[in-house]
Design a protein around this ligand. Structure first.
Ligand SMILES: Cc1ncc(COP(=O)(O)O)c(C=O)c1O
Length: 471
């Protein structure tokens, strides 16, 4: 039976299968299961007993009795005169493995490249969405253009030209659902024109390598050092680079290497995919401009709204060389890869009114402060460890004290409900690995958990260090 009452907020359904004979017991079991599995989340308001009773066709007393029992067990919390909520730590009195996992998984997060979700500018986004919808033409409510809504492509072309020095016109912009989809479309278009091999940095996301493999490309590693990816001896038809801020080692591609990659691409009519995932976030000096400006005919410039706004929006964009525009469009058609038009129009409005710049500026201020806090923490509490020096992005490398292993730190972190990855997690390649290091994603925790996350990281590193040295 579907309980579709206004009670779970308008339109919120909860599937409740009631045993026709033992209705009260089965409601109790269904609600407990829904809380345990997360279908009803902590803090969620329960429907008033009268409403749920009407929806389910049982007596109000039965519902009140179930609420009373679950409140007594700690699954629900009741406030007199205000209502009933799912408890903040549901299931305290019956901590099954699932509930433990859920709390652990959610508590402290230092994964790389994740922005602070609590900073999303909700008010400005709602206002932009209202303006975008109010001024949208009827055609905006039909099927969208595969390459993206024109107002957004125009706004993005203007933004990336101004903020990142990219050569861009609306015709060259292709909007996708996240960077991963752009990579799939570009990889596919490269295969269609005869490419067989793509080189990627020897540290990076496994997902991105898998997506490229999925297009049929062979993926090979390029060594990375303090000057970024090394173009010497790259044998491939294309490369995927993070020039402004190598992910996750942090290096900036040196001017000599930028020139060498551009030369390499021009000589063999090859393609560089420039993943500019956090190019707006530099804290120490002027931004490192886009590589694409040196060779717009050979570089796919890729940006994303995931850092400045939120990954949940799922909007990314490519500025394509003319030779790839049709090929990417053809792949998008085959993939059925059109992006939600209404979100695109809202982002266009957001960009046009300067809201995006404001979001970037305020995020920069917050992340710079976090980066500084991290510097101080390592200097004062982890004297044997070394933090990368670059002041940029949402993550940096922390070299561990001599003898300490990444695995020991990850194991110690997991037992303190901290998600904290070693550099080896991102490794792809056969060359000599770097010294053991952790990747500190200082963007991820919401403000109230930032200090706790750093404390837990220090505790984990010290514990791993002590076990290494037999303390
Ligand atoms: C290296 C790198 N590239 C690109 C992205 C952006 O991906 P998306 O647009 O799918 O969020 C990320 C996000 O974390 C990233 O870390």
């Amino acid at each position: 039976m579907w309980a579709n009452s206004g009670a779970f907020e308008p339109g919120r359904d909860l599937l409740v299968a009631l045993d026709p004979v033992r209705k009260t017991d089965s409601l109790e079991r269904a609600l407990r299961d829904a809380i345990r599995t997360g279908a009803l989340a902590a803090g969620e308001r329960m429907p008033p007993s009268r409403t749920l009773a009407a929806d389910l066709g049982i007596s109000r007393n039965s519902v009140a009795e179930v609420y009373g029992r679950l409140t007594g067990e700690g699954w629900l919390e009741a406030r007199v005169g205000a209502g009933t909520w799912v408890a903040a730590s549901p299931g305290r009195l019956e901590p099954g493995p699932a509930s433990i996992r859920r709390r652990r998984a959610a508590r402290l997060d230092l994964r790389a490249g994740i922005p602070d979700a609590s900073a999303f500018p909700i008010g400005a986004w709602i206002a932009a969405s209202r303006r975008a919808l109010a001024s949208a033409s009827t055609s905006a409510f039909g099927y969208g253009e595969l390459a993206g809504a024109l107002p957004l492509r125009e706004a993005l072309a203007a933004y990336v030209s101004r903020a990142r020095g990219v050569w861009a016109s609306a015709d060259a912009v292709h909007v996708t659902h996240g960077f991963g989809q752009l990579l799939a479309l570009v990889g596919g278009a490269l295969v269609d024109r005869g490419a067989r091999v793509i080189a990627v940095e020897e540290y990076g996301h496994e997902l991105h390598r898998d997506i490229l493999r999925g297009t049929g490309l062979e993926v090979v590693p390029i060594p990375v050092d303090g000057d970024g990816a090394d173009p010497a001896r790259v044998t491939a038809d294309a490369v995927l680079l993070t020039p402004a801020h190598q992910f996750p080692t942090g290096a900036v591609l040196s001017p000599a290497r930028r020139a060498a990659f551009v030369d390499w691409a021009r000589r063999g009519d090859r393609i560089v995919i420039e993943d500019d995932y956090d190019g707006e976030f530099r804290y120490d000096r002027r931004a490192v401009g886009a590589l694409q400006a040196l060779a717009p005919d050979h570089v796919v410039y890729a940006g994303t709204a995931s850092k400045a706004l939120t990954p949940s929006l799922g909007l990314a964009w490519g500025v394509l060389p003319p030779s790839l525009v049709d090929g990417v469009a053809a792949r998008a058609r085959l993939a059925g890869a059109a992006t939600d038009v209404l979100s695109q129009l809202t982002l266009a409005e957001f960009l046009r009114r300067g809201d995006y710049d404001r979001a970037v500026r305020s995020a920069r201020v917050r992340y710079r402060a976090r980066r500084e806090a991290l510097d101080l923490l390592v200097a004062t509490r982890l004297p044997g460890a070394h933090l990368g020096t670059e002041q940029a992005g949402l993550q940096c490398i922390l070299e561990l004290p001599p003898g300490t292993s990444e695995k020991d730190v990850m194991d110690a972190s997991a037992s303190d409900s901290l998600v904290f990855d070693g550099l080896g997690t991102y490794r792809f390649g056969a060359g000599a690995p770097r010294p053991p290091a952790m990747v500190v994603g200082f963007g991820a925790p919401p403000p109230h958990l930032f200090d706790d996350a750093l404390d837990a990281a220090v505790v984990a590193i010290r514990a791993a260090d002590a076990s290494t040295h037999g303390l």
